[in-house]
Design a protein around this ligand. Structure first.
Ligand SMILES: C[S@@+](CC[C@H](N)C(=O)[O-])C[C@H]1O[C@@H](n2cnc3c(N)ncnc32)[C@H](O)[C@@H]1O
Length: 245
């Protein structure tokens, strides 16, 4: 079973989000275990201090290395090969591929920074990977940790049922996903595409594949370079590009 420990000075931050939806159900079903850990439990002073002023001066505070090092050491499990991940805007940007790799580990320790960030020495000695969720700065690692927990959990075998498979989601096959439609059959004058009402599963699968290709070409052409494309796909894309002139 995948266990994700989340080290934070705000462990209560996670109580509501972990109760809902796919992640909540996966926890209830015993498929994943998520444990928010209070960093202040690893402080040794009366005020439970986790930050201090930066050497060299400048604005803001820095997370002190000792409580973080103690927390990581206490949580690290030698047998299950724990992976220690610091949420950080300086890290590699989370992708579907990374989420898939992380879902295969048994134990992840996510470290949430606050203030100006974490003393560099604890990163050098105890962190395996720095992970960003995008090119912007959050005020703390907690929202980023929730993003990692959600993206990784849904890829753990058994978490999504067959009807809700991650296999057809965007990025799973290197493309963006096709559009979806449900009732009513006509909404604001817009009918559902005829092919989806045809009952012809081959034609529906073909239409969906072409929509994936069209959307990916329009919005994320960079993905097409790595996607696994067959001759029909390439011909369809060529047709679209010729249309555009
Ligand atoms: C205010 S930020 C620190 C930003 C840091 N001074 C910098 O400029 O790189 C506080 C914490 O939020 C988290 N954080 C901020 N932006 C993030 C992002 N894009 N991805 C992941 N974590 C982020 C990190 O844990 C970081 O230590």
């Amino acid at each position: 079973m995948l266990t994700i420990d989340i080290i934070s000075i705000f462990p209560d931050y996670f109580s509501s989000p972990l109760k809902h939806g796919v992640v909540g159900k996966a926890i209830d079903a015993g498929l994943i275990r998520i444990r928010p850990v209070n960093l202040r439990d690893f402080t040794h002073d009366r005020h439970n201090t986790t930050d201090d002023r930066p050497y060299g001066g400048g604005a803001g505070m820095v997370m002190t290395p000792e409580p973080l090092a103690r927390a990581i050491s206490a949580l690290r499990n030698e047998d299950s090969q724990s992976v220690v991940i610091l949420l950080s805007p300086r890290g590699k940007t989370l992708s579907h591929e990374m989420a898939r790799e992380l879902s295969m580990f048994q134990h992840l320790i996510l470290v949430c920074g606050r203030y100006e960030g974490v003393d560099e020495r604890v990163i050098e000695k105890m962190v395996d990977e720095e992970l960003s969720i995008g090119d912007y700065v959050l005020s703390g690692g907690e929202p980023a940790a929730l993003v990692v927990v959600d993206a990784v959990s849904r890829l753990v075998p058994g978490v999504l049922g067959c009807d809700d498979s991650a296999g057809s989601d965007s990025f799973a096959n290197g493309l963006l996903e096709h559009p979806h439609y449900t009732r009513p059959r006509t909404f604001m004058g817009m009918p559902v595409p005829e092919v989806l009402l045809s009952g012809n599963h081959r034609e529906i699968a073909r239409w969906r594949r072409q929509q994936c290709l069209r959307l990916t070409l329009e919005r994320r052409p960079d993905l097409l370079e790595k996607a696994d494309l067959n001759q029909d796909d390439l011909e369809f894309l060529q047709g679209l590009m010729n249309e555009d002139g």
